[in-house]
Write a protein that binds this ligand. Structure first.
Ligand SMILES: *[C@@H]1O[C@H](CO)[C@@H](O)[C@H](O)[C@H]1NC(C)=O
Ligand SMILES: *[C@@H]1O[C@H](CO)[C@@H](O)[C@H](O)[C@H]1NC(C)=O
Length: 482
């Protein structure tokens, strides 16, 4: 473990960030000036924002893209508001303008995902030249503006054609196809892309898509589903999917390390969904329950990557994990993980009829505790906070790494979710996480900075002393039209 990367000054200033931003700047609050800036973070710490392919691009049937399971799902009217990602934020056509906005905002990095079915419409085999061209254009545009490119290979939008062929992540066949797809991405973009994430949130997707059935492909079985599913087995399938995700990640990482890393010199990791759980009391039973919840949420995926096996408690409780752990063992032990953690906190109430409870509290302390836990539990593994945000109104930058810096956690970067309003997987266009507001009623989909974009920009441009109250009006007017 290296020395903590932050100085005491960072410790102090990050604490301030929490205090000021946890209470959003709503009318009536005392004037508060932010007297710290990006300069107070380590130089090699990176600040960015993100989007994902299905949520951002739109153009779902243009230029040879084939449907993903999210197209099928939304077209079957499965979203609470019956929306689809057909248009998204029209990033397929507006990426140039958006990268310019990123540059103007002062973003240091942009995290986006590649649509597998746009790049390889049949799931395997021939590469779609138009898809290749699009992602090359995006990457080149970012490089031109000096914005670090962080690419996620898979952000939930599995090619429908492979889902039909072998039930996607339920089948070990996914490992070979995913690795071949990853190979194309490393080969085509790896000269300019140095930060790769294999999979987005396999821990929560296994549950959401194969236990509760709320996400595509919508599989579950009674009494576990929260929707009615025609197929599935909630007892077994989440663990199969988790297992195949680990194998696919591992195979792609192995490929990258053996074939590309020496020349391309990038890093590669996986994205894990996480939020902190507090013990109900300090009783041994409650403390054990808290640890158990962390093992089931994070250890499920990360323990095999770091230690070569599932957490003991999972092997004890879940027969389908213990059956499979031996095969995980030999394959995974060699690859230490570069884990990317994802944190999303939101506060507002969901629309009525929304079936997924997601009005989580904003909890900067929880983020700090999580980062410390990851450092302590997984050998100080490098971590990027890849998604953190709050929907509607003012975005809360609850960066809370002062404690983790102090305690030596190896946090490398922070990405706001999202750069601009996009189609949200939980609630369509109802929830707006963007730094930039998108008017989805206007066919031009104009982008307009929210207060958060202005704040982030000033923060990144080293401008201290930003008076929050003076910024409220502009944000309130943006908010009013939503
Ligand atoms: C920043 O502002 C806070 C109060 O808003 C104050 O307590 C603190 O001393 C200031 N820090 C610096 C470095 O100016
Ligand atoms: C799920 O699979 C397990 C193992 O094959 C089986 O015992 C169980 O009955 C299945 N449950 C359902 C609902 O099909």
């Amino acid at each position: 473990m290296g020395a903590p990367p932050c100085t005491c000054r960072h410790v102090f200033l990050l604490l301030l960030l929490q205090l000021l931003l946890v209470a959003p700047w709503q009318a009536g609050r005392a004037t508060q000036a932010l007297n710290f800036t990006r300069q107070d973070f380590p130089r090699d710490f990176v600040f960015g924002a993100g989007t994902s392919s299905y949520q951002y691009e739109g153009a779902v049937d243009e230029d040879g893209r084939s449907p993903s399971i999210w197209d099928t799902f939304t077209h079957a009217g499965k979203m609470p508001d019956k929306s689809t990602g057909d248009l998204g934020a029209d990033g397929y056509h507006k990426y140039k303008e958006d990268v310019q906005l990123m540059g103007d905002t002062g973003l240091e990095a942009y995290r986006f995902s590649i649509s597998w079915s746009r790049l390889i419409p049949r799931g395997r085999g021939p590469v779609n030249p138009k898809g290749l061209e699009y992602y090359n254009n995006v990457v080149n545009e970012l490089v031109k503006r000096g914005i670090e490119v962080h690419v996620t290979l898979y952000h939930l939008d599995f090619p429908q054609i492979l889902e039909d062929e072998y039930h996607g992540w339920l089948s070990p066949r996914v490992v070979e196809d995913f690795t071949a797809y990853a190979d194309v991405c490393f080969r085509e973009f790896g000269d300019r892309v140095k930060h790769w994430t294999t999979l987005d949130e396999p821990n929560v997707i296994s549950i959401a898509a194969y236990d509760s059935g709320a996400f595509p492909p919508g599989r579950c079985s009674p009494p576990f589903g929260i929707v009615s599913c025609t197929e599935g087995n909630s007892t077994v399938e989440p663990y199969l999917v988790g297992h195949n995700s680990i194998l696919a990640h591992t195979a792609a990482v192995k490929l990258y390390r053996e074939k590309y890393q020496a020349t391309q010199k990038g890093v590669i990791g996986m994205n894990i969904y996480s939020f902190w759980n507090y013990p109900f009391s300090q009783s041994p039973a409650d403390l054990a329950a808290t640890k158990r919840s962390l093992d089931f949420m994070i250890g499920w995926i990360v323990n095999p990557l770091v230690y070569g096996d599932y957490p003991e408690i999972m092997k004890k409780v879940v027969v389908y994990v213990s059956d499979r752990s031996s095969s995980a063992d030999s394959g995974l032990r060699d690859y230490n993980a570069d884990i990317a953690a994802t944190f999303r906190f939101s506060k507002s109430d969901p629309p009525s009829g929304q079936f997924i409870p997601y009005n989580m509290p904003i909890d900067p302390q929880g983020l700090q505790l999580m980062l410390e836990y990851l450092a302590d539990t997984y050998n100080n593994v490098p971590v990027y906070v890849q998604e953190n945000g709050k929907f509607l109104f003012s975005l809360c930058l609850n960066i809370e790494c002062y404690g983790c810096c102090r305690n030596g956690a190896n946090v490398k970067g922070y990405f706001v979710w999202s750069f601009l309003d996009v189609f949200e997987l939980l609630a369509g266009y109802y929830t707006r996480y963007g730094l930039y507001h998108v008017d989805f009623q206007d066919p031009e989909l104009p982008r307009q900075p929210k207060l958060s974009a202005l704040w982030y920009s000033k923060f990144l441009r080293y401008e201290a002393g930003i008076n929050i109250e003076s910024m409220v009006d502009s944000d309130a007017s943006t908010n009013a039209e939503q």
